[in-house]
Write a protein that binds this ligand. Structure first.
Ligand SMILES: [Ca+2]
Ligand SMILES: [Ca+2]
Ligand SMILES: [Ca+2]
Ligand SMILES: [Ca+2]
Length: 427
């Protein structure tokens, strides 16, 4: 979310009161790794107990315990207290390639927690990696191979690099973890993007006055514990969030190229970043009733890009609006259709799996959209699980993000107010 809005809305909260970052400081441009972890074992941070708040509860007659639902059951919930957190934010997942065990990586204000969700009847909270510097309401995590990459809007945070293989043998959980490396060529960052195919991490939303104007930094993580900054792209200014793909879509002009699609606050920017020393703008485009161009994701065929604007609901008063662009020609994308949801809640992060779009819809919870007929502009809601039962109003509460990529079909959700929910499609 745009931090200026979040700060206005929640300025009274203690967890933001300690954050002084304004997006204009604490970056050192294109520096390199300092090679060291962040110490650990004695941060004094509350790592929590890992207590399960709610056990398995099927969705029956539209409810799972107190949660409105359709088509998804609750497997278990661990609230923020289980992790010693004060506010939840991003979430991602890791599947151990040797055991196929599945892990939730749960980001929050004061650190990142790791939960083995393989056996939903006996989830194991393994431990927590504290923030590298101070707390922040904005933390973001992605995975490359066996490593988690973690950034935050905390002064001088840099990018933590955590070897997930350590989760295989935790003798006395939960424990306090330390990072295995930390890239300090950035300070604060709003998000981090990974191209899983080529071993680069791309922090975005860094300081607006840094070497790349708060755009994107290119960090070679092919040897993950030795991250190396090799450039960046700032032609289009500040990037809030992005996706980077090795392009395999319909525009033959860019076959096999590495393509960056940035959500740049008031427009979308597409660039060819294959040559890290000479990235090239492809196009920029915008749309009507713009609020804040927030985050988007390609359909699997890379023909359509599904975009969330985070402030259009509050600025214009319509229900949840998600925009779909036809990207057949990356040089000239076109607005294809607009999806309007059933509630007034704001749309946040969204991800595509097959013919489904998993939307983190703040106070309306997780929403699952059927995009199988997106070509004919037909998008319909097929399921939901509402982790924020008290309302569906347009405010920054409820689901921050959802990770729908586990092969087991488990869906993990991080709710700002009530932590980790692990869900599964109803039988
Ligand atoms: Ca994020
Ligand atoms: Ca919207
Ligand atoms: Ca083209
Ligand atoms: Ca709700």
């Amino acid at each position: 979310m745009p931090r200026f809005v979040f700060q206005m809305v929640l300025a009274a909260f203690v967890f933001l009161g300690c954050s002084s970052d304004d997006g204009t400081s604490n970056n050192q441009g294109n520096g390199n790794n300092n090679g060291s972890g962040n110490g650990g074992g004695n941060s004094g941070i509350n790592i929590g107990t890992g207590d399960v708040t709610r056990n398995a509860t099927p969705c029956q007659s539209g409810m799972a315990d107190i949660y409105p639902c359709n088509g998804y059951d609750l497997l278990f919930q661990m609230d923020l207290g289980a992790f010693g957190g004060n506010s939840g934010n991003d979430i991602w997942g890791w599947t151990d390639p040797t055991t196929n065990n599945e892990y939730a990586i749960v980001a929050m204000d004061n650190g990142t927690s790791f939960v083995d969700i393989t056996d939903e009847a006996n989830p194991v909270y393994l431990g927590k990696l504290p923030t590298a510097t101070v707390s922040s309401g904005w933390r973001d995590v992605k995975v490359y191979g066996d490593f988690a990459l973690i950034v935050a809007e905390a002064s001088n945070h840099g990018m933590q690099i955590f070897d997930l293989k350590k989760l295989r043998n935790v003798s006395n959980p939960p424990q306090e973890f330390s990072s295995d490396a930390r890239y300090t060529g950035i300070g604060n960052a709003h998000n981090v993007v990974v191209n899983e195919l080529n071993g680069f991490a791309y922090p975005v939303g860094t300081a607006r006055n840094d070497a790349f104007n708060g755009g994107v930094h290119f960090i070679d993580i092919q040897t993950a514990t030795s991250p190396n900054g090799v450039g960046g792209y700032g032609t289009n200014g500040y990037t809030h969030d992005a996706q980077v793909v090795t392009y395999n879509g319909p525009d033959a002009d860019y076959a096999g190229r590495e393509i960056f699609i940035g959500a740049n606050e008031s427009f979308i920017a597409i660039a060819d970043i294959t040559d890290k020393s000479n990235p090239q703008q492809i196009s920029t485009f915008t749309y009507g009733n713009i609020g804040y161009t927030h985050q988007g994701w390609f359909t699997e065929d890379q023909r359509y890009f599904i975009l969330g604007d985070e402030l259009d609901e509050t600025d214009f008063g319509f229900n949840s609006r998600t925009l779909v662009f036809d990207m057949t020609d990356l040089d000239s994308p076109q607005l294809h259709t607009t999806y309007i949801g059933p509630t007034s809640a704001i749309d946040h992060n969204g991800y595509v799996v097959g013919d489904e779009f998993f939307l983190a819809n703040y106070t309306a919870g997780m929403r699952v959209l059927d995009i199988s007929d997106i070509e004919n502009e037909n998008i319909t809601e097929k399921a939901f699980f509402d982790t924020y039962p008290s309302s569906n109003v347009a405010q920054f509460d409820g689901v921050w993000s959802v990770y729908p990529f586990f092969s087991s079909g488990k869906i993990i959700v991080n709710d700002i107010n009530s932590g980790l929910f692990v869900l599964q499609k109803s039988n």
